[in-house]
Structure formats: C-alpha cells, structure tokens
Design a protein. Structure first.
Length: 177
C-alpha cells in the first residue's frame, strides 16, 4: 500500500503564516548548505584544500575546476552523502548547485559520479598530508583572531568512542584508530 503524499503544510508562527510545499520542481532537503557556504566563505577552507591538490588534467577537457569538485565533495559529506551513490541526484540539486556557485535554473549541473571518482582517486598518498597543514593553519588563525592572540595552547581531544558488539556482527573488530 502506497503512502499518501502531503504536498503542502501550513504553519502559524507568532502571527506569521508559513507554507511548506513538497511538490516543487526545484526542491532540496539540504537547506543547511546556505549556512555552510557562508561559513566556508569566511574561513576559506575549501579554497585552502583545493590549493593543495595538483590538477594534472588536460585544460581543454576540464569542465569542473578543482575548487568546485572539492566543494561538491565537502558539502556533500556535510549533508550526510558520504559516498558517490547520490552524485547523479546531487548534481542537479538546487542547494548543492548554489553552494557550488552555480545557478540551478540556467547553469550546467555539478560533476557526475565518474568525474568525482576520478578526482578522488587522483590524489596520491603524498598529497594527502599536505591537505592537513592548511586546515590546521586555518583553525589556529581563527582561534588567534577569536582570542585576540592570547591562545597559548590548542588541545586536540580525540575520542575513539568504543561501541561494543556481541556475537559475529559485521565489522565487530573494526576500530577507526
């Protein structure tokens, strides 16, 4: 038996009338990207990451800049899309397109799953440690500004969070550390 769809809900908040519609052609469930994009613009994290990654592609064949691919991947991860299975849908998602600096109505879609996979697999093990330095520098610079230079020490607290399993469960012996 199919579930009934609710195409529209109406809410009344403190004398303001709000309508939520779920049948629009250009809808997205990742509205938090507006805030994430703003934060990224302030901290320039995706720009710093992209600057660490060499681009060995033929320039005449490039449709998606490294910075755009980094943003697509990072913003996708932040929205809970941890693998490439959602790439086809997210390439046309209006919020992800806006976060990638594209107009969802007129611009081309974001990178496809094969393009994203080639991009992710192109990074060599030697490149990966170089990505950590700009991220650490960005965090340290942010806290220096926040504390007006008074930061004497930054402590990184890693929590392995033990999650015991019972019996022969899949991944029972896995530990991320």
């Amino acid at each position: 038996m199919a579930a009934d769809c609710i195409p529209q809900l109406t809410f009344d908040f403190q004398q303001k009338h709000m309508v939520a519609r779920f049948d629009q052609a250009h809808a997205s469930t990742d509205g938090g990207l507006v805030l994430l994009t703003s934060l990224d613009a302030q901290l320039q994290l995706t720009d710093r990451l992209a600057a660490c990654l060499p681009d060995r592609r033929e320039a005449r064949k490039v449709q998606h800049e490294v910075r755009d691919l980094v943003r697509q991947r990072v913003f996708g991860l932040a929205c809970g899309h941890e693998d490439g299975n959602d790439a086809a849908r997210l390439a046309h998602d209006p919020m992800h397109q806006l976060a990638g600096g594209r107009d969802p109505l007129t611009d081309a879609p974001l990178a496809s799953q094969p393009t994203r996979s080639r991009f992710e697999n192109a990074a060599s093990p030697r490149v990966l440690p170089r990505i950590g330095a700009p991220l650490a520098d960005g965090v340290i610079a942010h806290h220096r500004r926040r504390l007006k230079g008074r930061a004497q020490r930054i402590t990184l607290d890693l929590d392995p969070t033990d999650d015991p399993t019972h019996g022969q469960q899949e991944l029972a012996f896995f530990n991320g550390h």
